[in-house]
Design a protein around this ligand. Sequence first.
Ligand code: SF4
Length: 343
Amino acid sequence: MNGSETSFRWGNFSHLYIERGAADYPLTWRIRDRFAKARVLEIDDYKAVFARPRQRFQAQKESMKLILAVKKDRFLYDGSGHSQDFSLENFYYNTLMFNCVYNCDYCYLQGMYPSANIVAFVNVEDYFSATRRGIEDRSNPAQPLYLCISYDTDLLAFESVAPYCRAWIEFVHGEPDLLVEIRTKSAAYRAIRDLAPTDRVILAWTLSPEPVAARYEHGAAPLRLRLDAVQAAIDDGWPVRLCFDPVLAVPSWKSVYGELLEETFRRIDPTAVRDVSVGVFRMTKGYFQRMRRQRQDTPLLYGEYVQEGTTVTYPAGQREEMTSFMRQRLGQHFKEDQIGVWT
Ligand code: SF4
């Protein structure tokens, strides 16, 4: 069974919750048209639905509701210490959506949000204005503002509903000091394939061994389709990043991840790839604890973990072995400065 053949499905929303203040945005109308049969409920504030107490994340995943809202503040967040920054100092991310249409067993959103329902923010222009201000105010003007827009969601997977990636790619064309990363586990590259490539947008695919994708990345595309999408993006001239992250301590992880790398570079010419990133499983302690309380059904959360500061991860020896294995294998194809590593 591959990732797209698991029982987890999304694609239709039976209910749209729409903030009164979000009602007249073009994106709201587009989404209302798309889900014309959905029941529409007007609300004052998305938090009244999203942040209700005693919601059950995994039960809601089976039938996610879509909430359309206006983001009022915090259009840029400082890049987290949990991510590779590729030596780019002005590193930020934003949140155009809360939650994700996929349902990976290891996803920290389960521990971060009270609800699995999806919040899509419709005031995209406000994000653009804040990003322009961020570009002007960036601390190192010798480098671009580096902005990850699909940081804790999968925007490309949602592109047929809300064309955020398209909007940002078009925005970037007018912003010479902006570098955007769009990260995905989807095969939905066709949704943006008509757009002219730019070296200021990195299309990043997270690649997982097929047994991992099939078992733990519910709803996401199987590896072969992610690799098809990678090849299509390269053919069209996009800068492409490959992300081996999180590397998981599954049984026989060395041969499982070794095979992933072999398969990847059998299919994809590494000289056509901009760079790669690697990181083993790590998570903020509070999220990890909340996830464990909710989930006894996945072995991923019950291996050997240690706490270092506020981060839960594998013990140092195991972490170093996994990281150096990946680094050594990737070093056969990439220069040191092309490999971003979380350690
Ligand atoms: S694709 Fe990323 S954001 Fe979406 S469920 Fe998986 S880990 Fe979470």
